[in-house]
Design a protein around this ligand. Structure first.
Ligand code: AMP
Length: 138
C-alpha cells in the first residue's frame, strides 16, 4: 500500500531530496535525529527487507554507501549509524522499506529507538542541509 514516501517519490508532497536515480530516492528525514539524517528509499513500495528483491536491496545499499561518505564530509561527522526498522515490532512507522543514514558527532547525542524531533528546524535549514549533501556528492 502506498505510504507518504510514495507521495514524496511522485513529487506530490515536498521533501528535501539529496539524490535520485531510476531506482531510489534519498531525502532528509523530517525528524533530523542528527544534522544530515537522510533516508534512502527504493521507488517501488516494498514494505520491508522481507519483501524487497535482493538486487534492489543491493542498489539501495550502494547508494547508501556513496551518500554516507558525502554526508560525513558535508557536515564533518565523526561516524554514522545505518539502520532499518522492519515490522511494527521493530519500530517501523512507515511501511515502505528504507535505510536511515544518521551521521554521528557525539556518543551521547542519541538513544535508540529514536525520538521524534519534528518541528525543530526552519524550512531554510532543511534546504541548506540538503544543498550541502548534494554539493558533497561525488
Ligand atoms: P521508521 O520509523 O524507521 O519507519 O522511519 C520512518 C521515518 O520517516 C521517521 O524517521 C520519520 O521522521 C520519517 N518521515 C515521516 N514522514 C516524513 C516526511 N514527510 N518527510 C521526511 N521524512 C519523514
Amino acid at each position: 500500500m502506498p505510504t507518504i514516501f510514495s507521495k514524496i517519490i511522485n513529487k506530490e508532497i515536498p521533501a528535501n531530496i539529496v539524490y535520485e536515480d531510476d531506482l531510489v530516492v534519498a531525502f532528509l528525514d523530517i525528524s533530523q535525529a542528527t544534522k544530515g539524517h537522510t533516508l534512502v528509499v527504493p521507488r517501488e513500495p516494498f514494505q520491508n527487507i522481507f519483501e524487497i528483491p535482493e538486487a534492489l536491496a543491493a542498489h539501495v545499499f550502494l547508494v547508501a554507501t556513496k551518500l554516507a561518505t558525502s554526508i560525513k564530509s558535508a557536515f564533518q561527522a565523526d561516524g554514522m549509524n545505518i539502520l532499518s526498522n522492519n515490522g511494527e515490532v521493530a519500530g517501523q512507522t512507515v511501511f515502505h522499506f528504507h535505510l536511515h543514514l544518521i551521521p554521528r558527532y557525539d556518543k551521547e547525542e542519541l538513544k535508540f529507538p529514536l525520538k521524534n524531533n519534528m518541528g525543530n528546524l526552519s524550512p531554510e535549514e532543511y534546504k541548506e542541509r540538503a544543498r550541502l549533501i548534494r554539493a558533497a556528492l561525488l
